[in-house]
Design a protein. Structure first.
Length: 369
């Protein structure tokens, strides 16, 4: 059990990581739950597997849950679902000082967080992440968003939760593919800034995806500590520090767009491929050794994650993927900074990448193997 602080001036909060947290949710939330009725926005699968544990804890403390169901899948991060959710929160009489609970993965957390950021110009929320990806990444740091036809996370806000409860027991019911997708964001922290953690992932990644208790707790805690530190340094992605957390995402979001935000490619799988592409592109520009690029690909592949975009069977070329990238939120006065690598554990923002060159590289990768 670990309690990790996110030290944001004026609104610090804690991330609790460990087993059995849902059984003690009411106690940990304490005064954050100030009314009898507690609105809980829940992914349908997360509720089916873990809703009872939350319900039991809250009802033992004299609360009653008002449940709101979110359909599984990226499609729920939409204008339509945002409207439906905000209407429901208003009907529940949620006030600014209340805390809405988000129970589920990154989709539920991103949607609920964004709804709370605009509800009456901002009400509170508590993240209860139930996927590996959400525990190590999306529940921490306050990025909230929905997708639009133009691209991923294009409508959103920075809105920090008041508390995060990452109960590792909830991961036992996750499908293996979702565990792999979450692991992509775990190994990301090693690749972008912590060579020792990358080494640890090479040695223990198999245990993490097999949900070995000790390896899992180390992976989640270490990931959250790293993210909390970076977010505290650059909450709104203004200095370039937080942008490093976007390693693999420029390529990854383009691939997600091209596959229609469908189950054909999960977010974490897109990030896995995107990190391999960022590493190989860094090698192509003589920034990173080819050996290190392939070491990264091997570590990602050994967790069962995809490493070759040619295997996706996409009916598109590099220029089309580059067009998706023009919607990237890092775009600045017509140029898109890329997160590239000098070595494993040393990512940086490269402002000198031309999208034409990236597109030519992607053409090669689409043909490879
Ligand atoms: N805000 C951020 O900083 C941030 C960071 C990373 C990713 N994201 C976003 O997060 C989303 C991906 O999140 P995700 O990978 O958690 O996917 P997700 O929310 O779609 O959940 C994945 C699947 O797991 C199911 N599920 C959830 N909890 C379960 C459980 N305990 N047992 C069984 N099934 C369960 C869901 O129903 C769903 O089918 C993407 O939209 C991505 O853009 C946001
Ligand atoms: O927290 C961050 O900052 C991240 O970039 C984490 C990413 O893993 C996450 O997918 C995030 O939602 C991507 O942000 P975006 O700004 O590229 O939409
Ligand atoms: Zn991500």
């Amino acid at each position: 059990m670990a309690v990790i602080p996110v030290e944001l001036a004026g609104r610090p909060y804690q991330v609790h990581v460990g087993r059995g947290l849902l059984e003690n949710a009411a106690e940990i939330c304490g005064d954050f739950l100030r009314k009898t009725i507690v609105p809980v926005v829940a992914d349908e699968n997360a509720r089916a597997h873990h809703g009872d544990r939350l319900d039991q804890s809250l009802s033992n403390a004299g609360h009653e849950i008002a449940w709101y169901d979110v359909a599984p899948g990226e499609g729920s991060k939409s204008w339509r679902e945002l409207e439906r959710l905000t209407d429901w929160l208003l009907a529940q009489g949620v006030e600014r000082g209340d805390k809405v609970i988000a129970l589920g993965g990154g989709v539920t957390g991103d949607l609920t967080g964004f709804a709370c950021s605009i509800l009456k110009r901002g009400c509170g929320f508590i993240q209860v992440p139930t996927t590996l990806l959400a525990q190590v990444d999306s529940s921490v740091g306050g990025k909230t968003a929905i997708n639009t036809a133009a691209g991923k996370n294009l409508i959103g806000a920075f809105h920090q939760p008041s508390l995060v409860l990452a109960d590792t027991d909830s991961l036992t019911t996750l499908p293996p593919r979702e565990i792999g997708a979450g692991y992509a964001e775990v190994i990301k922290y090693g690749i972008l800034g912590d060579a020792a953690f990358f080494d640890w992932c090479e040695n223990h990644g198999g245990e993490v995806v097999a949900l070995d208790e000790q390896a899992l707790e180390t992976a989640v805690s270490r990931s959250v500590e790293t993210k909390a530190r970076i977010v505290a340094e650059d909450e709104r992605e203004l200095t370039g520090r937080r942008a490093l957390l976007n390693l693999g995402h420029t390529f990854g979001h383009a691939l997600e767009a091209e596959t229609g935000y469908s189950s054909a490619l999960l977010h974490g799988e897109g990030v896995a491929l995107g990190m391999v592409l960022a590493a190989r592109y860094s090698a192509r520009r003589d920034l990173l050794s080819l050996g290190d690029a392939e070491r990264i690909a091997a570590a990602i592949g050994s967790a069962g994650l995809p490493t070759e975009i040619s295997a996706l069977g996409l009916d598109c070329d590099g220029a089309r993927l580059a067009d998706h990238m023009r919607h990237d939120k890092k775009m600045d006065a017509g140029t898109l900074p890329f997160i590239l690598l000098r070595s494993i554990g040393a990512a940086f923002l490269d402002h000198d990448v031309s999208l034409d060159d990236a597109s030519a590289f992607l053409d090669e990768q689409l043909q490879a193997h």
